[in-house]
Design a protein around this ligand. Structure first.
Ligand SMILES: Cc1ncc(COP(=O)(O)O)c(C=O)c1O
Length: 387
C-alpha cells in the first residue's frame, strides 16, 4: 500500500508533460540559433511561453523561465533589491514565508546591507494588512506568499498589490503553492498600478503542477528590470542568461494548462476529501487541532497540530504504514526543525514540532483518506508514548 499525501512537496509527473518533454528533446537546436533546428526549438519555446502566459494572465514577454521556484524567488527578491533607487534599503517580509524567500532576504541582510521589516501574521496565518501597509513606505521591495505552503492560508493578493502600489514599492508574490489550486492572474492582481510600485513579479514552479522538477518561471512586469542573478548570452530580456530549456518549458506549459482546466472541479473534490479527513481526525483524536484559516485555505491542504506527539515521529510511523505526509518544515541534517510558520502563528516551539501537513492532489482518492483515518489513531498513540 502506498498513499501519497505530500503533493505540496511535489506532485506526480503527468503523462502529457512527459510526452511533451520527450518530444521537445527530439529537436536538435539551440533556441537562439538561426538555422532551421534552432528555429524549431524557438517555436516550441515561444509557444510554451505564450501558453503559460495565458494561464498566468500576463504577456508572454513577461514570462521568464527559470530552473524552478527557488530561482524565480531569488531573481525577484535579490534582483528587485539590487535594482532599487539609491537610499532605500528595506525589504518588507511577512513572517512564515518560504525558505527560498527568507534565506534570500537573510543573505541580503547579512552581506549586502538590506534592512528587514518583518510583518506579523495573525493566529490563522493571515498577513496583518495594516502592518504590511505601515512597513511599506520607503522600502526597496516587498514580498509575500499568496498562499502559505505549510498551513495553507490564502492571502488577498489584490490588497497586497494595492498597498504596494500606493506606497510606490515593487512587490513580488510567491504563487508556487497556488498554481493549479486557485486562479493566478497577474493582470487582475496587479490592477492598474502605473507608478514604480505595485505587483512587479510572481513566482511559479513546474513540479507543483505535474511537470518535471527543475523548471519554473518568474513573471516580470515590463516596467521593471531586476538585476539578473546570471550573466551570459542575454536571453529572456537579459534577465536570465543561459540556453533555454525548451523541453522543460513545453512540459510546464502543458501541465499548467491541464491543471488550470481541471482546477475548479479539483478544488471542489479535494476540499471535500480534505474536510472528510479533518472530520475523521476530530472525531477520533479530539486533542488534534487544524491550523491555518478554516475558510481561506488551499483546497488540498490540511495542517494538523497533534499536541502530545512529535510530528516527526508520527511522520515515520505513517511512513512505515505506507503513507507519505510531511511536517512541512525544513530538515537540517535529517532532523526536523520546529516549523517557523507555526511559530509565526503564535504557537510555542513544542507545538511547532507537533504538526503534520497532509496535502492532497490529482491522485488522491477517498480510499487514501479512509486509510489515513484508519492508521492515525494507533500511530498517534505510539507517538505520544514515544515522546
Ligand atoms: C511556496 C514555495 N515557494 C517556493 C518553492 C521553491 O520551488 P522549487 O522547489 O521549484 O525550487 C516552493 C517549493 O516547495 C514553495 O512551496
Amino acid at each position: 500500500m502506498s498513499i501519497y499525501l505530500d503533493h505540496a512537496a511535489t506532485t506526480p509527473l503527468r503523462p502529457e508533460a512527459r510526452d511533451a518533454w520527450l518530444a521537445a528533446q527530439e529537436i536538435v537546436g539551440n533556441a537562439s540559433s538561426i538555422h532551421g533546428g534552432g528555429q524549431a526549438a524557438r517555436r516550441v519555446l515561444e509557444g510554451s511561453r505564450e501558453r503559460l502566459a495565458a494561464v498566468l494572465d500576463c504577456d508572454p514577454v513577461e514570462v521568464v523561465f527559470t530552473s524552478g521556484g527557488t530561482e524565480a524567488v531569488n531573481l525577484a527578491v535579490k534582483g528587485l533589491w539590487w535594482a532599487r533607487p539609491a537610499g532605500v534599503d528595506a525589504i518588507v517580509l511577512p513572517d512564515g514565508e518560504h525558505h527560498a524567500t527568507t534565506d534570500a532576504v537573510a543573505w541580503l541582510a547579512a552581506s549586502q546591507g538590506a534592512v528587514v521589516r518583518a510583518v506579523p501574521l495573525d493566529p490563522l496565518g493571515r498577513i496583518r494588512l495594516d502592518a504590511f501597509a505601515e512597513a511599506l513606505p520607503g522600502a526597496a521591495v516587498a514580498t509575500a506568499l499568496v498562499a502559505n505552503n505549510e498551513v495553507g492560508t490564502v492571502q488577498d493578493p489584490v490588497a497586497l498589490a494595492a498597498a504596494a502600489a500606493r506606497a510606490g514599492v515593487p512587490l513580488h508574490l510567491d504563487a508556487v503553492a497556488v498554481l493549479g489550486h486557485l486562479p493566478v492572474s497577474f493582470r487582475r492582481w496587479r490592477g492598474d498600478a502605473a507608478g514604480p510600485g505595485g505587483l512587479m513579479a510572481v513566482s511559479v514552479s513546474a513540479h507543483k503542477v505535474g511537470a518535471p522538477v527543475g523548471v519554473g518561471a518568474l513573471v516580470v512586469a515590463r516596467q521593471v528590470s531586476p538585476t539578473p542573478l546570471f550573466h551570459g548570452g542575454g536571453q529572456q530580456r537579459g534577465l536570465r542568461a543561459g540556453t533555454q530549456d525548451i523541453a522543460g518549458a513545453a512540459a510546464f506549459a502543458v501541465s499548467a494548462e491541464l491543471a488550470e482546466s481541471e482546477r475548479e472541479a479539483e478544488a471542489r473534490r479535494l476540499s471535500a476529501l480534505r474536510d472528510a479527513l479533518a472530520d475523521s481526525i476530530r472525531s477520533t483524536l479530539p486533542a488534534a487541532a487544524v491550523l491555518g484559516d478554516p475558510l481561506e485555505r488551499l483546497p488540498g491542504n490540511l495542517h494538523v497540530l497533534f499536541p502530545q506527539a512529535s510530528g516527526e515521529t508520527l511522520l515515520f510511523l505513517l511512513d512505515q504504514a505506507g503513507i507519505s505526509v510531511s511536517t512541512g518544515s525544513a530538515c537540517q541534517a535529517g532532523v526536523a526543525e520546529p516549523s517557523h510558520v507555526v511559530l509565526a502563528l503564535g504557537r510555542d516551539e513544542r507545538e511547532a514540532r507537533s504538526v503534520l501537513r497532509f496535502s492532497l492532489g490529482r491522485t488522491s482518492s477517498e480510499a487514501d483518506i479512509a486509510a489515513v483515518a484508519a492508521a492515525l489513531p494507533a500511530a498517534y498513540e505510539r507517538a505520544v508514548a514515544a515522546r
